[in-house]
Design a protein around this ligand. Structure first.
Ligand SMILES: Nc1ncnc2c1ncn2[C@@H]1O[C@H](COP(=O)(O)OP(=O)(O)O)[C@@H](O)[C@H]1O
Ligand SMILES: [Mg+2]
Length: 260
């Protein structure tokens, strides 16, 4: 792949806990995300997806291997440059409240991301409108705890967008939202992909989300990527027995209705 946005190169991570056997959460994993591409990382709970996501985001150092964002090894960069480079990559987590300071109103949460804008309130209101918190200006004084789970996730998405990311790493972004609005949040993420050409690494235990969203699917089992390929191929004609099991057990997600 030419000039990918993200390269995860032979990354391993073992957790050592006193009195217990070491746990190889990620075992020599390589995965690439192209510009504007959506790669879904699927696998059951405990397979190492979030650990790999945190390593990709630079929140956790791998034992071995490298992560390249736009060709640059973030861990090898001096701190100031690393901060600068990381702006191109924004996380969305399952629980938006963990990344939104509860003591600051939306206006300030957005302002942190919109530093340098001439009219930060206007820019923030526009983005809030865009993610369906409208009218956006009415949400500027609101605190994260005053919002529903789905609204909080929209605020987290607006904040990520304010950074103008080229890559969004989303770890179970729909799991914190009410079942009834999951489809809406998923559609929002799809629209953003269309509008902005942003690339996604979409981490999910839910194959039906991968089916709606991904260009390629990587399947992780016990720290290893056992299968990777075009979504249509992996999800309709899986070659690995573990993928076949996952696909056969697809949960029917109520409320997840995606516009064609
Ligand atoms: N900080 C940690 N310390 C020890 N074990 C961990 C830590 N984080 C994750 N693990 C373990 O690593 C394995 C993979 O976890 P995780 O990456 O969260 O999987 P997934 O996101 O696929 O559910 C699990 O067995 C989990 O208990
Ligand atoms: Mg996880």
């Amino acid at each position: 792949m030419e000039d990918p946005i993200l390269v995860i190169d032979n990354v391993s991570k073992t957790f050592r806990r006193p009195g217990q056997a070491p746990l190889k959460a990620v075992d020599q994993v390589s995965l690439t995300v192209g510009r504007g591409e959506t790669v879904a990382l699927v696998g059951e709970s405990g397979s190492g997806k979030s650990t790999l996501g945190r390593i990709a985001l630079g929140l956790l150092a791998p034992d071995t291997g490298r992560v390249l964002l736009e060709g640059r090894d973030l861990l090898a960069l001096p701190l100031a440059e690393r901060r600068q480079a990381r702006v191109a990559m924004q996380p969305i987590f399952q629980d938006a409240s963990s990344s939104l300071n509860p003591r600051r109103p939306a206006r300030e949460l957005m302002a942190q991301a919109l530093q340098g804008q001439v009219e930060p309130d206007q820019a923030a209101a526009r983005l809030l409108d865009r993610v369906g918190l409208s009218p956006g200006r009415d949400y500027l004084p609101r605190f994260a705890h005053e919002l529903s789970g789905g609204q909080r996730q929209r605020l987290a998405i607006a904040r990520a967008l304010a950074m103008n990311p080229k890559l969004i790493i989303a770890d179970e972004p729909l799991s914190g939202a009410d079942v009834s609005i999951r489809g809406q949040v998923l559609n929002l993420l799809l629209d953003i992909k269309e509008e902005r050409g942003v690339a996604y690494l979409m981490i999910t235990h839910d194959i039906s989300i991968a089916r709606h969203f991904a260009d390629r699917v990587a399947v992780m089992q016990r720290g290893i990527i056992v299968e990777v390929g075009p979504a249509a191929q992996v999800l309709t004609a899986p070659s690995h027995p573990y993928t076949r099991e996952l696909v056969a057990a697809v949960p029917v997600l109520e409320g997840l209705e995606v516009a064609p």
